[in-house]
Design a protein around this ligand. Structure first.
Ligand code: ZN
Ligand code: ZN
Ligand code: ZN
Length: 109
């Protein structure tokens, strides 16, 4: 099975250092995904709010990339296949969300 949406992949600017929807409601996330159509940053399916998946359902943007941790793999929600973004990963904003989330978690424990 292959992904038919690779032409929709763009160089995007991440919308936020963390899950922008969780930040709005003051919630926490586990890992972050960035949308390769518009740059929306959302949380993964291990997070209770699953904002990256919700973003796909709301917008139909098919492809996300692992943003935190930055592992340079992607996922097409439509074809349900893994993608390789080793050649063009989305650069992080200045402050690493990995460091931010761990600081937040430590502070709350
Ligand atoms: Zn696809
Ligand atoms: Zn979230
Ligand atoms: Zn999007």
């Amino acid at each position: 099975m292959t992904c038919t949406h690779l032409a929709t992949v763009r160089d995007v600017t991440p919308s936020s250092n963390g899950c922008e929807d969780c930040l709005k409601i003051g919630d926490e996330w586990v890992h972050l995904r960035v949308c390769r159509t518009c740059g929306h940053v959302g949380c993964c399916d291990d997070s209770k709010n699953k904002h990256a998946t919700r973003h796909y359902r709301a917008t139909g943007h098919p492809i996300m990339e692992s943003y935190d941790p930055p592992e340079a793999w992607g996922w097409c929600y439509v074809d349900e296949v893994m993608l390789d973004f080793t050649d063009n990963p989305t650069p992080h904003l200045s402050d690493s969300p990995a460091r931010r989330t761990s600081r937040v978690r430590k502070a709350r424990r």
